[in-house]
Design a protein around this ligand. Structure first.
Ligand code: AKG
Length: 310
């Protein structure tokens, strides 16, 4: 089902060779990934060999109880305050659900909030990110996704890298996200779902990116949504893993994993904080398939501090 591109696409914006063309053709295509998934080994950091092997093969690994109950309680208290702060609610980095007006996401928490800044710089995270990416890392994005009980909305299937490439100008998928569970993620309250192995394929999507696409896509994705036939074939090939875990556990997943999550109709809220690490030399340039780069809070280009693990 995959093809290797027999041509390279050059964008008008710059002359870089685009190994991951998307939103340019009128048909979807599935391309082979060109870049490594795991660049380091067990000797390079806290991940054990079998955890790195899971990231390589399945695109993700989970570390139960990476943060203590006391640490999680502090984060939840902070989140509670953020979610009631009128300035935060009025900020463009705060996204609310179209139908219910409920809080969906708050972006760039690693720059706006001291506690989440320290979480993003925590050596338990930075060392693992450096280990997978094989060297110095920076933060591309951070966000808290709320999924309140009785109405938290779904996230449709997508690869984060496809968006970061098309709209932020990230050259390669050498980036990894960590999702820290701030509440228990049950099978029934809308946990992350991943097609294991999908990170080795790149789904080139159809449809030009509209100007300011992010304003609607953060609530419900349009451009960058894979074709249902492609998703069905990937499902047949890879299946779906449901990533549950206790509050405090961390799910690490490659930037090109095909992932989604269901809505939450249960009384049990689900909130996770995501930090996206990218290889320091994978700096974003002009977007590959969008009229203009997205704002800094969605894809860092100015604030690209190389992180120290200690
Ligand atoms: O929070 C979730 O369940 C899904 C997150 C996601 O896919 C995203 O924020 O891109």
């Amino acid at each position: 089902m995959t093809t290797t591109p027999n041509h390279t696409t050059r964008t008008a914006a710059d002359s870089r060779t685009d190994h991951y063309p998307t939103r340019l053709a009128d048909r979807p295509a599935v391309l082979e990934r060109r870049d490594p998934v795991v660049a380091g080994g067990p000797q390079d950091g806290p991940f054990e060999g079998d955890e790195l092997e899971q990231v390589e093969q399945r695109g993700y690994t989970q570390v139960p109880d990476l943060f203590t109950p006391a640490e999680i309680e502090r984060m939840r208290t902070e989140l509670d305050e953020l979610s009631r702060n009128p300035e935060v609610l009025a900020d463009e980095r705060t996204i609310t659900e179209a139908a219910s007006g409920k809080l969906r996401s708050v972006f760039e928490v690693h720059r706006t909030n001291e506690l989440f800044r320290s979480v993003a710089h925590d050596p338990r995270l930075v060392r693992r990110a450096q280990q997978v990416l094989g060297g110095p890392v920076t933060i591309h994005q951070s966000r808290v996704n709320f999924k309140p009980g009785f109405g938290g909305a779904p996230f449709s299937w997508h690869s984060d890298f496809e968006t970061w490439h098309a709209e932020d100008g990230m050259p390669s998928p050498r980036a990894i996200s960590v999702s820290i569970a701030l509440t228990d993620n049950h099978p029934y309250n809308g946990p992350l779902m991943i097609m294991p192995g999908s990170h080795r394929r790149y789904v080139s999507c159809v449809g030009e990116t509209p100007r300011d696409n992010y304003k609607s896509s953060l609530v419900a994705q349009g451009a960058g949504t894979p074709d249902p036939d492609v998703l069905t074939r990937m499902y047949d090939e890879f299946g779906i893993d449901v990533l549950t875990g206790r509050a405090g556990s961390a799910t690490w997943f490659d930037s090109n994993c095909m992932h989604a999550s269901n809505g939450n109709v249960t009384p049990a809220p689900r909130s996770n904080v995501f930090i996206v690490f990218t290889a320091a030399d994978n700096a974003c340039g002009e977007p590959y398939a969008a009229p203009a780069p997205r704002p800094e809070f969605l894809g860092a280009r100015e604030h690209r501090e190389v992180l120290q693990a200690d």
